[in-house]
Write a protein that binds this ligand. Structure first.
Ligand SMILES: [Zn+2]
Length: 130
């Protein structure tokens, strides 16, 4: 089991006060890791799946692809490691480094990604890992 059952349930009343990144839900099948809620996590972060997946593939040195409702990684990845990388992604590409709020958006200009914060107006190029 990659996740405990109580990690699956998200308390929506809390979510409005505090930004909560869900833990991954999935299982390992042979040499593959199948994650069923990566799209949901990506939505919570307000980012696009190709960018999110590119980051995970690069930093985990694996190959993951969207297959219908799930994402299949072509290697065994512990849930803790995936959760760690998702947090790293959020810290880099979602949370504003000035005010730490998640109300940000990514824009691309001349192949450089910029993070724009809707809360404090900061705009900067995140230290990119991909
Ligand atoms: Zn900000």
């Amino acid at each position: 089991m990659l996740a405990r059952a109580d990690d699956v349930l998200v308390d929506t009343s809390k979510q409005q006060e505090r930004f909560v990144i869900p833990n991954v839900v999935g299982h390992i099948e042979g040499n593959k890791t199948i994650i069923s809620n990566l799209a949901q996590i990506c939505n919570t972060l307000g980012r696009k799946m190709p960018h999110f997946l590119k980051f995970l593939n690069k930093t985990l040195a694996t190959k993951g692809n969207v297959r219908g409702n799930v994402v299949v990684f072509m290697s065994k990845i512990p849930a803790t490691k995936l959760n760690e990388k998702i947090k790293e992604y959020a810290d880099t590409y979602v949370f504003c480094k000035e005010c730490s709020k998640p109300e940000t958006e990514l824009t691309k200009k001349n192949d450089v990604i910029f993070l724009k914060c809707k809360a404090c107006g900061a705009k900067y190029a995140p230290k990119s890992k991909i």
